[in-house]
Design a protein around this ligand. Structure first.
Ligand code: 5GP
Ligand code: ZN
Length: 113
């Protein structure tokens, strides 16, 4: 399958991995939008959040729990951080393998642009 994040999970494409277990990989975003910008992905290929099923509930929960642990390690808990899933065209999703953005180290605007 020609999916860049499947290739990152399989180490066919290099990335700066910050966490990995049997189900999940977290790595630094190649084009960071904040001092800390990490992507947390399942190793399993799921293209859109809109396509997750009940059987994926614990996997998606683990993405969020992993983001929280990395945020703690990076010292982001006190000042805050943002977690984002972009889904589809209007949200600007560019890579069609679900990924949770962990962003921190600066103040973010709301509502998002
Ligand atoms: P999306 O817009 O789909 O939510 O976000 C895709 C993210 O993946 C972007 O922030 C982009 O910088 C990042 N990205 C795209 N290709 C690569 C890559 O090859 N390596 C890494 N580390 N990040 C990538
Ligand atoms: Zn994939």
């Amino acid at each position: 399958m020609d999916c860049i994040f499947c290739k990152i999970a399989a180490k066919e494409i290099p990335s700066k991995i910050v966490f990995e277990n049997e189900r999940i990989v977290a790595f630094e975003d190649i084009n960071p939008q904040a001092p800390v910008h990490i992507l947390i992905i399942p190793k399993k290929h799921i293209p859109y959040i809109a396509e997750i099923k009940e059987e994926n509930i614990s996997l998606v929960g683990e993405l969020i729990f992993t983001a929280k642990k990395i945020a703690e390690e990076k010292g982001l808990t006190k000042d805050g951080f943002r977690l984002v899933f972009n889904n589809g065209k209007n949200a600007g999703q560019e890579v069609f393998h679900i990924h949770l953005h962990l962003l921190g180290g600066r103040k973010f605007g709301w509502p998002p642009g």
